[in-house]
Ligand binder design. Structure first.
Ligand code: ASP
Length: 321
């Protein structure tokens, strides 16, 4: 390259990089601090109620999201989270969860058995260790050391359904019907305008023993950046992991995308890899720092629960796939 060309191309890249810098400047300026809680699926309604009651007592967004998803974890009728979660192929309930606070701290557990509240174990990992993630037997031992109770999480209903699934499906199937999963992700903004997020699941029903999905993976199943926004995912975790889904949505919002467009773009990235069609579901929810809410899903059927302006309501999302 001649010197003149080099100077010209350096000047162009300087202009380009300064525009990238401008794009990366936080575009979200106006912040009102009214509390907002946003959760995936219909179990989001009671979770939002629990979260908002914490915020109304001036609790933090972190305390709120933990309290919110604990309601779902304890509900035996919620068969995709905590107690009563559908088991893996071998009949074991194995749980994944993660949590993030407004300082960017994160904690996570994966492939955890016999502990009803993985979200609270994840919080202890965040607050009482130098690590981010514990898995399997190590996570369980840690939980027991921290005083969590060991209990059987396989309810009669989930066990009977699993036995039926075994009868109806070929032993060659690696996992069952993929509509039998529904993680709860809860995102909250508290009275100080601070964001936090929690995500917890029993994962795909009848998954291979040892399978871990997106839900405990920071940046995949959930991500929080207190300057930009908080994002949670649900659906086929493998696809969310491969696209760093929740982190992607946050980064798109940083570049100036609306919460809605950022969620749609993240879904589109997945769809593109499937040539525009997919037989699985993905859903995203996003809460931007300024209170803007976004959501998107591949197929109809995804729902989110939003607490805003003193109302807690469930909304249907139209699929874009
Ligand atoms: N994302 C979860 C997983 O792949 C499942 C779900 O959200 O429905 O484990």
């Amino acid at each position: 390259m001649k010197r003149r060309d080099f100077i010209k191309s350096s000047a162009i890249s300087l202009v380009a990089s300064s525009s990238i810098l401008t794009q990366c400047d936080n575009p979200i300026k106006k912040v009102k601090n009214d509390p907002i809680v946003l959760s995936t699926w219909d179990h989001g309604i009671p979770a939002n109620n629990a979260a908002i009651s914490i915020i109304n007592k001036n609790g933090s967004s972190l305390e709120a999201v933990e309290a919110g998803v604990r309601v779902t974890e304890a509900d035996p009728l919620s068969q995709s989270v905590g107690l009563g979660g559908r088991p893996d192929k071998d009949g074991h309930v194995t749980l994944d969860a993660c949590i993030m606070d407004s300082d960017g701290n994160a904690g996570s557990v994966a492939f955890l058995r016999d502990i009803k509240h993985p979200i609270s174990v994840a919080r202890k990992v965040m607050e009482q260790t130098d690590h981010v993630m514990l898995v399997g037997k190590g996570a369980k031992r840690f939980a027991l050391e921290k005083g969590f109770k060991e209990e059987n999480l396989l309810t009669d209903k989930s066990r009977e359904e699993w036995l039926q699934w075994k009868k109806d499906n070929s032993i060659k199937d690696s996992w069952g019907p993929n509509d039998e999963h529904d993680t709860i992700s809860t995102l909250a903004r508290d009275n100080n305008g601070n964001l936090a997020g929690a995500c917890t699941t029993s994962g795909l029903a009848y998954k291979l023993h040892g399978r871990v999905g997106d839900s405990p993976i920071i940046g995949a199943g959930m991500y929080v950046d207190n300057e930009i926004g908080a994002v949670g995912a649900t659906g086929k975790g493998e696809e969310v992991i491969k696209t760093c889904g929740s982190f992607l949505v946050v980064e798109l919002m940083r570049q100036g995308y609306s919460a809605m467009d950022a969620c749609k773009e993240a879904v589109n990235r997945i769809l593109k890899k499937q040539s525009g069609k997919s037989d699985f579901q993905i859903g995203y929810i996003a809460l931007r720092k300024d209170g803007q809410v976004g959501f998107s899903a591949i197929h109809d059927g995804f729902q989110y629960a939003l607490y805003k302006n003193n109302k807690n309501k469930l909304y249907d999302v139209k699929g874009i796939g």
